[in-house]
Design a binder for this molecule. Structure first.
Ligand code: FAD
Length: 531
């Protein structure tokens, strides 16, 4: 059996076992923050429950730009602590999950020598602060270099560019790997089980009530815990409201949109930074047969699961792309998929969405619940370490050492090149790379097309709905032909076999995926869009 295998085909057994159970730590929210905390705490020997309202990573942790940043951007904001933390965390994630850290250079085009000099000064400091080794330091490109190395760029207004290494990840898989690692160390986890009530005794939160949204049952289980952590991302304030009806909102949500086009339409081999109309930097990222463009950063007052992608989001990204590249201009017909998410930022009066610090904050509510928000996927492990130190203190233990920086995550015990090359003997190299990036050392188990990926998703990765496989396990929702219209029925049929679905249930699961896709593309001009 695979380490921390998640198979929820006995889900009612899991809920029965949870009902009435008591833990050292209960974590609310199975995004990367909650999953990281659950893993760290379980590895330190605490008894842990992790409860998730939808699927693991169904919130912000599957909607990011998928970058494990070195933190150059924080350098410009003068936040040196964040730069250092981001750079050292990048190394840690690479050590425990090499398949989830794909090194891809970032290229910043520069219009004159002064711009190059400024970028170099920043990068030298950044490299020193982050302990970046020699072979991975930035390089300066001439205009000729830009033209030969990234020929799609319109270099007519450039003096050259600066290129430096960064890492790309699979956000949902990083989250899931942490959930599974927590399970491998004894944690109990459950999805589609939102906390609907906080149990308070003598002014102290002692437990929660869970619903079961998969079967429409309310008050399905009661759990008690010595410490409760609210890691509900954009929904942190809602949970704080359950603890304290008078709690004032602390979060400001900021929406980010990404568009996906075929690689042939935007052929880049590195991440290219582009200037947007409001002077923000946006980027085009190569990913297998596709390139994605992102991202926007605008306040969004709703905590929608699927934030609305509007016309202005699309125009903003296409405009910046068409300005930087000499390709035939991209239009609606080129957009093959789009996704959006909201950043759970901690509000700072008077600042624009992109100016608000990405530093995490932890608060203790009136009934003692620890709430955490505001950080980055990149620094999730370090954030978890700090929270679990506090948890240990709260239960009367001296904080013990965190073991999360060196122990591989499930799927992370591999030589990426060796596994990719073995798989490439039986399939196209791009498909082998896609599988290794998603499944790491388990890639051979998920090889064999959408059917095999679905089986792996249900029997090892805890998928319960078709959306779980399509969006978060196989990444096909955004990186497959036409949103994998052809693969969806195959995946649906496999899930029906594994989970005993009726034909009606299977059809409604497929429809739910198609609806998500249609909604995400609804702002496109439908007479030209390639849906
Ligand atoms: P979430 O992932 O949202 O998890 C919270 C979970 O709590 C959800 O799964 C939700 O369903 C669950 N929940 C809610 N209510 C309840 C309840 N009542 N009971 C139980 N569970 C509940 N960071 C980077 O490092 N690199 C990037 O490139 C990057 N790009 C980004 C781009 C965009 C557009 C966005 C929006 C964010 C980006 N980030 C990036 C930030 C990063 O994605 C977030 O910081 C991180 O994913 C937040 O994780 P989280 O676990 O706190 O929240």
């Amino acid at each position: 059996m695979q380490a921390g295998a998640l198979d929820f085909r006995n889900r009612s057994g899991v809920l029965d076992a949870l009902d009435g159970a008591s833990f050292d730590l209960l974590v609310i929210g199975g995004g990367v923050t909650g999953a990281g905390i659950a893993r760290d705490a379980a590895m330190r020997g605490l008894s842990v429950a992790l409860v998730e309202a939808r699927d693991f990573a169904a919130g912000t942790s599957s909607r990011s730009s998928k970058m494990i940043h070195g933190g150059l951007r924080y350098m410009a904001q003068g936040d040196l602590g964040l730069v250092q933390e981001a750079a050292s965390e990048r190394k840690a994630v690479e050590a425990i999950a090499p398949h989830l850290t794909r090194m891809t250079p970032f290229v910043i085009p520069a219009k004159n020598a002064a711009a190059i000099a400024k970028l170099r000064t920043g990068l030298w400091a950044f490299e020193k602060l982050g302990g970046v080794p020699k072979g991975r330091q930035h390089e300066v490109w001439s205009r000729k270099d830009v033209e030969t190395r990234e020929p799609a760029i319109d270099a007519s207004d450039l003096t050259g560019a600066v290129a430096y290494p960064e890492y790309l990840t699979e956000d949902a898989k990083l989250t899931l790997a942490n959930v599974r690692a927590a399970v491998a160390y004894g944690a109990t986890v459950v999805s589609y089980a939102p906390v609907s009530e906080i149990l308070v005794e003598n002014g102290k939160a002692v437990g929660v009530v869970l619903d079961d949204t998969l079967n429409g049952e309310t008050a399905r289980a009661r759990i008690t815990a010595r410490v409760i952590v609210n890691a509900a991302g954009p929904w942190v304030d809602r949970l704080r409201g359950l603890e304290d009806g008078a709690a004032k909102p602390r979060l400001m949500l900021s929406k980010g949109v990404h568009l996906v086009v075929d690689q042939a339409r935007l052929p880049v081999s590195r991440t290219i930074i582009m200037g947007a109309r409001d002077k923000r930097s946006v980027f085009a990222v190569p990913k297998g047969r596709f390139t994605y463009i992102g991202t926007t950063d605008t306040f969004y007052p709703e905590d929608h699961t699927w934030p609305v992608i509007d016309r202005d989001d699309i125009d903003y990204l296409l405009e910046a792309t068409n300005k930087r590249f000499s390709i035939a201009p991209l239009g609606d017909a080129d957009i093959v998929a789009a996704w959006s998410g909201v950043r759970p930022l901690v509000g700072q009066e008077g600042k624009s969405a992109s100016e608000i610090s990405r530093k995490d904050e932890v608060w203790t509510g009136p009934a003692g619940i620890l709430a955490i928000a505001g950080g980055k996927l990149t620094a999730y492990r370090r954030m978890a370490e700090r929270v679990v130190d506090t948890v240990e203190e709260l239960i009367g233990r001296k904080p013990t050492a965190s073991l999360t920086a060196t122990t591989p995550l499930p799927g992370g015990d591999l030589d990426v090149e060796a596994v990719t090359s073995t798989l490439s003997a039986t399939m196209p190299k791009l498909e082998a790379e896609r599988l290794v990036a998603l499944y790491g050392s388990e890639a051979p188990l998920a090889a064999g097309g959408p059917e095999a990926e679905t089986r792996h998703a249900v029997t090892v990765e805890g998928a319960l709905k078709l959306e779980d496989v399509w969006v978060r396990r196989s990444n096909r929702a955004w990186f497959d032909d036409k949103g994998s219209k052809a693969a969806l029925p195959v995946m649906g049929a496999e899930m029906a076999t594994l989970l005993n679905w009726s034909p009606d249930r299977t059809a409604s699961e497929i429809k739910a995926c198609l609806d998500i896709r249609a909604d995400s593309l609804s702002a496109l001009n439908t007479t030209t869009a390639s849906t």
